[in-house]
Design a protein around this ligand. Sequence first.
Ligand code: DX5
Ligand code: ZN
Length: 230
Amino acid sequence: MNMATVRIAPSLLSADFGRLAEEVRKVEEAGADWLHVDVMDGHFVPNLTIGLPVVAALKKVARRPLDVHIMISNPLDYARRYVEAGAAGLTFHVEATSEPGKVIDAIVGAGGRPAMAINPDTPAKRVVPHLDRLAMVLVMSVFPGFGGQTFMPEVLAKFGELRAAGFRGDLEIDGGIGPETIAAAASAGANVFVAGSAIFGAKDVGARIAELRRLAQSSVGADAPAPARH
Ligand code: DX5
Ligand code: ZN
């Protein structure tokens, strides 16, 4: 069961894009569990970052799984290709598609772990009909588009709602996670923690990842309800 496994996923959005392979190696050697890759299309979110060729290039140098977060409109058009390019897990936004079931089919068909993301103003119930097919749900704790934003604690109740709905997969949180916020997220039920600026901005990246892991492990699930039995 994934529920109590703490995973730290540095967001490469805060890496030096001119030295991506070295940045990947640095965070892997510092203890990263997954590499979080933020794909933005300048349409679903007001920023444009990286796309398929960069995911494929990262796959060649990465030793850890690529946790690819696509903040794009019409994810059905691209889901299969991101998995084929190297995404181990692919997370798409429920707000971005009218056919989430088909996006899940595309991810699973290509051999990826399917995950759905919800923005801070999207209720958890939007993903509940799909929970039995998802490996992970991503609860955004900032509005997607940029690194370095302020954590929004009001989203934390969604983790309990997802567990109460019977979800037993991974629960990821993304946005404003650092030493001041990670314990609250872990207590609420998150077990996968994305952090960009808090990791790449640290003087000692290894010490920062270890600190985040320790803080998360000491709080994980403290306030979360036990999953419902079905
Ligand atoms: C925001 C991205 C995040 C971002 C997090 O749209 O999805 O993954 O990189 O950055 P920090 O940890 O700096 O808030
Ligand atoms: Zn992200």
